[in-house]
Write a protein that binds this ligand. Structure first.
Ligand SMILES: [Zn+2]
Length: 490
């Protein structure tokens, strides 16, 4: 029986893995899944964003039972090892199965979230006693969640429960996630010829970096911040010695939602390389002492060519450094939803990217919160900070928080079923990252939502690995949940 379930789910997964499906290119996979759901007897609709909405009628005798949405996303993050030739728009994922794991040869696997879809397809084939089931497969989860965002509210309004199948740990039930907003600061500038022809590059690297939701509570150093402090110290030294120091370039970070692991600046100064190196050494030691966890922080300085370089006017450079140093980065607030339960991050912010150009400066700030009201408070903060530093600010891509429902009986029921089926405890958890559940909760605040998933390691990387022994427990859990909902257990 168990073997049959596993083979059936993996059979569905293999077919999905054959279809290239990077975010924003889901048409093919969406067409395939429409046909598949049609074969399984569902009434299928595809919207203009290629989201799929498919209905399965209640089984006889359960017509008055609540309606449950089963939800997953169709797109995947496509990444390959540096030496692997891989065209995400054309190449299928090459699966490699061992006794315990499923991986892909040299690329990401797409178990996030292909396994969620495969499990749902399997359940639709086998479920016996159930109320009305609506399957919603969304597009573009990994980039902008535009599929979930643009989904017509009517598909969410008439449902009572939703099981999102996009989590990554089989013995956890997720009950809330964070919202976020992009705060993009920018400034028009005009660079001027340098007052001194000696140029140096000041670089900081070797920091841990990492995901700005998952790692923000670890007090990891922010390279952009440390480089700004370095600029302040160097400027102070220059003033002390009555010498010139100006900034010509300042760039750092990898992505809005990554803690920046490196940053570099070009300066023009009368300070000597010796003076700069001495200062750099002192600062490096100070930074290492400030951040225990970041033992690889390294500041470098070297002379560079001066040809064609210009500098920022000192008021513009001051504005930039001030903006970087006055906005808070890291954790704003921790929260514990239940007594004696481990605290998690409620609100945080990451300063992820800074770039300077010939005529402009851009700074990307990225707050997250599981409380919408706290996210709102960043709007005023952004405008005040922009005023104080003479930047403009654009507020964009707000994604809603999925706030914890204190009366959720669905999570408790999932825990009870999991315990009886696996003789082990399921943990109720909130995460400090985004899930599509926020959009569904926003469209129907009465919808009772949980998020579940098989155990998937290292998602979004070529090391992505699916734990095969977590598939059958997921199938059993979701099937029983559907039967118990139909039977009136909640
Ligand atoms: Zn996912």
């Amino acid at each position: 029986m168990e073997g049959k379930i596993l083979e059936s789910v993996l059979g569905e997964f293999e077919k999905i893995a054959q279809i290239p499906r990077p975010s924003k290119h889901e048409r093919k996979v969406s067409d395939y899944l429409c046909a598949r759901l049609n074969d399984l007897g569902l009434k299928v609709e595809q919207d203009s964003n290629f989201n799929i909405i498919a209905d399965l009628d209640a089984s006889p005798g359960f017509e008055n039972s609540p309606r449950t949405i089963l939800q997953a996303h169709m797109d995947m993050v496509c990444v390959a090892e540096p030496n692997v030739k891989f065209n995400p728009l054309e190449d299928p994922i090459k699966l490699e199965r061992s006794e315990k794991f499923l991986i892909a040869q040299g690329t990401s696997l797409g178990a996030d979230d292909g396994i969620g879809i495969a499990i749902i397809l399997h359940i639709l084939k086998t479920i016996k006693n159930h109320g009305a089931i609506r399957v919603i497969f969304t597009t573009d989860e990994e980039v902008g969640m535009t599929g979930a965002n643009n989904l017509d509210e009517k598909f969410v309004a008439d449902a009572d429960f939703m099981i999102n199948c996009d989590s990554e740990t089989f013995d956890e039930v997720i009950v809330s996630s964070a919202g976020s907003v992009n705060l993009d600061f920018s400034k028009r500038v005009e660079k001027i010829p340098p007052a001194c022809e000696n140029f140096f590059e000041v670089k900081i690297d070797g920091l841990l970096g990492g995901h700005s939701g998952e790692k923000i509570h670890e007090n990891r150093a922010n390279a952009i911040r440390l480089l700004a402090f370095t600029m302040i110290s160097m400027k102070r030294k220059a003033v002390e010695l009555d010498k010139i120091l100006n900034i010509s370039e300042f760039n750092g970070g990898e992505a809005r939602n990554s803690i920046p692991s490196k940053a570099s600046a070009i300066i023009s100064t009368q300070l000597t390389l010796d003076e700069l190196e001495t200062l750099t050494k002192e600062l490096n030691a100070r930074f290492l002492a400030m951040y225990d966890i970041d033992s690889g922080i390294k500041l470098h300085v070297r002379e560079v060519d001066s040809a064609g370089r210009k500098i920022f006017k000192s008021e513009d450079a001051t504005s930039l450094i001030r903006l970087i140093t006055i906005i808070h980065v890291g954790v704003y607030a921790m929260v514990s939803y239940e007594k004696d339960v481990e605290q998690i991050v409620e609100t945080s912010a990451n300063l992820g990217l800074v770039s300077t150009h010939e005529d402009s400066i851009a700074v990307n700030y990225f707050p997250r919160s599981s409380v919408d009201g706290k996210l709102d408070s960043f709007y005023q903060l952004a405008e005040d900070v922009a005023d104080l530093t003479e930047f403009e600010v654009l507020i964009m891509n707000r994604s809603p928080a999925w706030q914890k429902n204190p009366n959720s009986k669905l999570a408790t029921l999932a825990c009870d079923i999991f315990k009886s089926q696996n003789d082990q405890t399921m943990k109720i958890k909130s995460i400090h990252a985004g899930l599509e559940c926020g959009y569904f909760a926003m469209k129907n605040p009465k919808l009772n939502i949980i998020s579940l998933g098989t155990t998937n390691e290292a998602i979004h990387s070529p090391q992505e690995k699916l734990h095969l022994d977590t598939i059958v427990p997921q199938v059993n859990l979701i099937s029983t949940l559907l039967e118990r909902i139909a039977g009136g257990s909640i």
